[in-house]
Write a protein that binds this ligand. Structure first.
Ligand code: NAD
Ligand code: TYD
Length: 378
């Protein structure tokens, strides 16, 4: 049994689908998720009738419920995706980020450690603990972000695992705190932990508050495409399936107590990236003669910058490459094409996401930036 927190969110659901479809994992999978605005059971509909798939609706802030579920399912690994994950929301309302990302991770570490202590040492008392697996087999993989390292100057090398932590947003600070907690539970209590810090992901099932799906959906609706500041900020993009393959390798072969940085070696300015998406849309979803625009990029609008906006992220992924011969399979262009096509083909999913809570977020975050009518969600 592998326990996956946040498995109904963007990366978590892609990881569950990857395990069951691509790695042909024959173990049971338990998704533990509170189904916040970002979690969606329909992300998992393709495998929901798989006999190995299990789901528990649970808030990681509920320490007692977490302990009970872990005791009951006896996982051989915990993979921790559950988090509040959007920088702009963390600026508008940081408290949920402190609660879920820091206290929630603490609760999960405590529940995992309590359970870990009941596991057999691998000698002779398996009957006493009642558990099938041993302490030696157990792993806790904490899925984190490159944003903990802060922002790079234009010519600085990418973030290596030894780069100092300098988080700038409430989101990044909360993830940095959770990384430190995971480290401490390894150093102090010998909980067998692993940490991964990944760059910006994109792909199917990403909630359309993040740049790439937001641009695709706004463009499809002929609404304004919002670019913060001058659009020259740089991110290092990775297709989500490549992230999932890396996580599986780290879980399987990673050295306990180590951190692995994951990145696409794929740096682009936001404005360059958005123009690429517009070009792909021109091709995959040609505009009708009756449309008010002739090309999607005409929808681009520069708006007020995000406070504390990190200028540049880039990841040095050499350690991961050397350890596991991993490298990304998708280029930015091939991944973007797949992603745009996925949103075009999954309008029912899109419709279910664009509920009242999404509309009020869009209004709260963007309404002051646009002239009336330019960004009304359909
Ligand atoms: P997401 O926001 O799409 O999904 C988060 C999931 O966690 C949702 O299913 C949500 O319901 C669940 N969740 C939130 N609070 C919870 C709680 N209190 N209890 C139980 N479940 C809860 O996020 P994502 O983009 O899939 O990111 C997953 C993880 O990967 C996060 O930890 C994030 O920090 C990290 N990460 C994301 C990126 C990225 O580009 N998206 C890059 C690197 C690392
Ligand atoms: P985002 O997808 O929110 O990821 P992160 O902030 O975690 O990197 O944003 C990616 C980049 O795009 C970031 O530099 C902020 C920028 N951005 C915009 O220009 N406009 C937007 O509407 C959004 C959501 C992001």
């Amino acid at each position: 049994m592998i326990l996956i927190t946040g498995g109904a969110g963007f990366i978590g659901s892609n990881f569950v689908l990857h395990l069951l479809n691509n790695e042909a994992v024959s173990e049971k999978i338990l998704v533990l998720d509170n189904l916040t605005y970002a979690g969606n059971m329909s992300n998992l509909s393709a495998i929901s009738s798989n006999a190995n798939f299990n789901f528990e609706k649970c808030d990681i802030n509920n320490a007692l419920a977490l302990k009970e579920i872990i005791r009951r399912y006896k996982p051989r690994a915990v993979i921790h995706f559950a988090a509040e994950s959007h920088v702009d929301r963390s600026i508008k309302g940081p408290s949920k980020f402190i609660e879920t990302n820091i206290t929630g991770t603490f609760n999960l570490l405590e529940a995992s450690y309590e359970y870990f202590l009941t596991l057999d040492n691998g000698t002779n008392n398996t009957k006493k603990s009642g558990a099938q697996i041993t302490k030696k087999q157990f792993r806790f993989l904490h899925v984190s972000t490159d944003e903990v390292y802060g922002s790079l100057e234009p010519n600085e090398p990418g973030f290596s695992e030894n780069h100092p932590y300098k988080p700038n947003s409430p989101y990044a600070a909360s993830k940095a705190s959770s990384d430190f907690l995971v480290r401490a539970w390894n150093k102090t209590y010998n909980l067998p932990t692993l940490i991964s810090n990944c760059s910006n992901n994109f792909g199917p099932y990403q909630f359309p508050e993040k740049l790439i799906p937001l641009v695709i959906l706004n463009a499809m609706d002929h609404h304004a495409i919002p670019i913060y500041g001058d659009g020259k900020q740089i991110r290092d993009w990775l297709y989500v399936e490549d992230h999932c393959r890396a996580l599986f390798l780290i879980l399987d072969k990673g050295v306990i107590g180590e951190t692995y940085n994951i990145g696409g070696n794929c740096e682009f300015q936001n404005i360059e990236l958005v123009k690429k998406i517009c070009l792909i849309l021109n091709d995959l979803l040609p505009l009708k003669d009756s449309a008010k625009i002739t090309q999607y990029h005409e929808l681009i609008q520069f708006i007020d910058d995000r406070p504390g906006h990190d200028k540049r992220y880039a990841v040095d992924n050499q350690k991961l490459k050397n350890a596991f011969s991993w490298k990304p399979r998708e280029t930015l262009f091939s991944g973007l094409k797949k992603t745009v096509q996925w949103y075009i083909d999954n309008l029912d999913w899109v419709k279910s996401i664009k509920n009242n809570s999404y509309k009020s977020w869009m209004k709260e975050n963007y309404s002051k930036s646009f002239k009336k009518g330019e960004n009304e969600s359909s």
